[in-house]
Structure formats: structure tokens, C-alpha cells
Design a protein around this ligand. Structure first.
Ligand code: NDP
Length: 276
């Protein structure tokens, strides 16, 4: 039972990753992202999820340094973008990310999307960065089971994390089972479905019964399934709300009621059609 914001999941290689992190997609470079990261760290968040594609790594780095927290206390994730994939270009993209972030290692480096024909070469670069201890853990994002099988077949180091779209309308049950069986930690992006479920009746009913908000119920549901969550907000009150998920436990009946909300509905791109 996850009871505090400080709790972490242990990845396959022993590295510990917080169950809750702040997502910063669409948090604007400059004061907006810096303030969001500052507030999150002040409220006890210890993980930040960025990407070279978000164009806010510099701001994330500035906010980390300004926090005064020791580097090893904050779990920092970034990702290699699709146009950067390939062996040499990934190594270069990684150096550029580190430079913008102003750090000498990241905690987790992810392949952002499974670009057909490119992701295996990209993975070899991640394996090298892992061996050189520039990335404490490496993983993938938006990989379906067949992508993972394909990658695992030739990998020397297995991915430790798979970050995918995951919320009550797209629960990823089969993928979650596959990842569990292969010691890959599943991580949910858009865990709030970008705010689209706040009026959903089942969520509202459970939230009202618990004295919580629909957003908090959605996040707690994923935690109880063993899925890491990285809700994004740039507003103090929501960053705080999204961290208020450690003082209640959903019952089995409530978990079942939430399971019935599955619709196979994506808000993001289909990982089987990566042409961007
Ligand atoms: P989320 O499901 O986290 O929703 C974020 C949106 O919901 C924002 O518009 C935010 O607005 C709003 N919001 C935040 N908290 C609340 C709340 N408590 N109640 C109501 N609305 C709220 O979507 P994201 O797409 O941002 O996903 C989270 C993170 O996952 C990203 O920031 C990014 O780090 C990562 N991600 C990864 C992807 C990948 O391909 N690997 C793809 C997409 C995201 P406001 O900021 O104004 O509060």
C-alpha cells in the first residue's frame, strides 16, 4: 500500500523511482515551467518528466538547481525525440539534453516513440549510456507488446520502464500484465486524460464518497495497479491536489467500478502509426 509521496518503486536494476512525478509537457520554457517545478519540489514531488521535444529542459534544470535539493534526491527523466533516433544521433541528442538540463547524468532516459526501423539502433545507444552510467536507468515510451518483444529479442539490457498513455478510458491491461511479467515498470502519461474525465459519473461518485476529486481518484487507481503516474499541471492548487493521493485507499469494489470505464479510447497518437 503506497502511503506517502516519498515512496518509490524499485526498478529491475535496483534503482528507485518515485510513484508520483510532475509531467511538464506543454509547460512553457521560462517562468512557467520553472515555477511549476519549484512548487512541485516544495510540495514533496521528487520526480520530473521532461523530453527534448518539450523544449523546456533548460527551465527544468534551472528550477532543480534553484531548489537547493541534492541532485540525487530528484529523479529526472528525459527522452530522445523521433527525429533524433539512430545510434550516433541519439548519443548527440543525449549530450544536448544533459547540457540543457545542466546535469551530468539523468535517472531515466527513454525512447519517446517506437519509430519503425530506428528504435533498435537507438536502443543500442541507450545501452551504451547506461553502461557508462550517464543514465541510471533506460526505458521506452509508447511501446506496444510487439515492440517490446522485438526489442527484447536483441537487447543486451532490457528496458526498465515503459511510459504509455494510461487512464480509465485506456487501461492497458494486457500491456501491464506483459510488463509485470518482464519486470518492466509501467508509467502512465496523461493519467488525468487531460482533464476530460472530470464529469464522468462513476469517478464523481467515488470521489464524492471519499471526499476526493475525480483527478485524485484516477491517480490513486493507477497507483493501486502498480503504475507510476506523472500528472501535469502548472497551477499550484492542482499540483497540490494531484499529490493528495496518499491518504486514502480505493476498495476492491471501487477498483472494479473503475475497471468498467475501459473504452480503448486514446487521446494521443497510435504507437503503431508513428510517422511524426
Ligand atoms: P495529464 O493527464 O497529466 O493532464 C494535464 C492537463 O490537465 C493539463 O491541461 C492541466 O492543466 C490539467 N490538469 C492538471 N491537474 C488537474 C486537475 N487536478 N484537475 C483538472 N485538470 C487538471 O496530461 P499530459 O499529457 O500532460 O500527461 C502528463 C505528462 O506525461 C506530460 O506532462 C508529459 O510529461 C508526459 N507525456 C508523455 C508522452 C509520451 O509520449 N511519452 C505524451 C504525453 C505526455 P493545467 O496545467 O492548466 O493545470
Amino acid at each position: 500500500m503506497i502511503r506517502s509521496i516519498a515512496e518509490r518503486t524499485r526498478l529491475a536494476n535496483g534503482v528507485e523511482m518515485p510513484w508520483l512525478g510532475l509531467g511538464v509537457y506543454r509547460a512553457e520554457e521560462g517562468p512557467e515551467v520553472e515555477e511549476a517545478v519549484r512548487v512541485a519540489l516544495e510540495l514533496g514531488y521528487r520526480a520530473i518528466d521532461t523530453a527534448s521535444m518539450y523544449r523546456n529542459e533548460s527551465g527544468v534544470g534551472r528550477a532543480l538547481r534553484a531548489s537547493g535539493l541534492p541532485r540525487e534526491e530528484v529523479f529526472l527523466t528525459t527522452k530522445v525525440w523521433n527525429s533524433e533516433q539512430g545510434y550516433d544521433s541519439t548519443l548527440r541528442a543525449f549530450e544536448a539534453s544533459l547540457k540543457r538540463l545542466g546535469v551530468d547524468y539523468v535517472d531515466l532516459y527513454l525512447i519517446h516513440w517506437p519509430v519503425p526501423g530506428r528504435y533498435k539502433e537507438t536502443w543500442r545507444a541507450l545501452e551504451r549510456l547506461y553502461r557508462e552510467r550517464r543514465a541510471r536507468a533506460i526505458g521506452v515510451s509508447n511501446f506496444q507488446i510487439h515492440h517490446l518483444e522485438d526489442l527484447l529479442a536483441g537487447a543486451e539490457v532490457a528496458p526498465m520502464v515503459n511510459q504509455v498513455e494510461c487512464h480509465p478510458r485506456l487501461q492497458q491491461r494486457e500491456l501491464l500484465d506483459f510488463c509485470r511479467a518482464h519486470a518492466i515498470q509501467l508509467e502512465a502519461w496523461a493519467p488525468l486524460m487531460r482533464g476530460r474525465l472530470s464529469d464522468e459519473p462513476t469517478l464523481r461518485r467515488i470521489a464524492a464518497a471519499r471526499g476526493k476529486t475525480p483527478a485524485q481518484v484516477m491517480l490513486r487507481w493507477n497507483l493501486q495497479r502498480g503504475v507510476v503516474v506523472i500528472p501535469k499541471s502548472v497551477r499550484r492548487e492542482r499540483i497540490e491536489e494531484n499529490a493528495g493521493i496518499f491518504d486514502f485507499e480505493l476498495s476492491e469494489q471501487e477498483m472494479e467500478a473503475l475497471a468498467s470505464l475501459e473504452r480503448g479510447e486514446r487521446i494521443g497518437p497510435d504507437p503503431d502509426h508513428v510517422d511524426f
